[in-house]
Design a protein. Structure first.
Length: 166
């Protein structure tokens, strides 16, 4: 007979696999499949049911709705894609009130690191090759390039799942 702990661990590992897939998909195609967010939403009731700790579902839903409201504003400003909004909301549901701040901070830090990687790609690499260096080539490309923010959301989500596992 399997214990609740091992089944709960399977649910958490499944959610982690979905986040990793979403991040890889965003890097490859700049697209986070809707199925990723739907699977995370569908796995959440199993997490609530199997968790050894009490989970305030109302607070989790409010956290998810709050994140959705803020992210939809970024979407309206064309700073986030639709997949980013849905994935952030799904992970915020898992984070709930206890881990929402951790999720946002880790996601923001990972997004900053991702931005630095992209800036490095557009400014330093061309300068080292001595082609397209200067304001006319490098600046335009760096400012117009899309950022696969699903990677940062995935990092924040993995941090939340790690905290939920402990």
């Amino acid at each position: 007979m399997t214990s609740h702990y091992s089944v709960h661990a399977f649910v958490l590992v499944s959610a982690a696999a979905v986040l990793i897939y979403a991040a890889i998909s965003d890097v490859r195609r700049y697209l986070i499949p809707n199925n990723c967010s739907l699977i995370l939403f569908a796995l959440f009731p199993f997490h609530v049911w199997l968790s050894a700790n009490a989970i305030d579902v109302t607070a989790s839903v409010l956290a998810s709705l709050s994140v959705f409201t803020v992210c939809i504003a970024f979407y309206a400003l064309k700073r986030f894609g639709g997949g980013d909004v849905k994935l952030m909301s799904a992970v915020a549901l898992w984070a709930g009130a206890p881990f929402l701040a951790d999720f946002i901070v880790v996601t923001a830090l990972a997004g900053g690191a991702l931005s630095l990687i992209y800036i490095t790609h557009f400014y330093i690499v061309p300068a080292l090759r001595f082609d397209h260096a200067g304001p006319s080539g490098a600046t335009d490309n760096a400012l117009l390039t899309k950022l696969p923010y699903g990677v940062a959301i995935g990092a924040g989500g993995l941090c939340v799942l790690f905290q939920l596992a402990n």
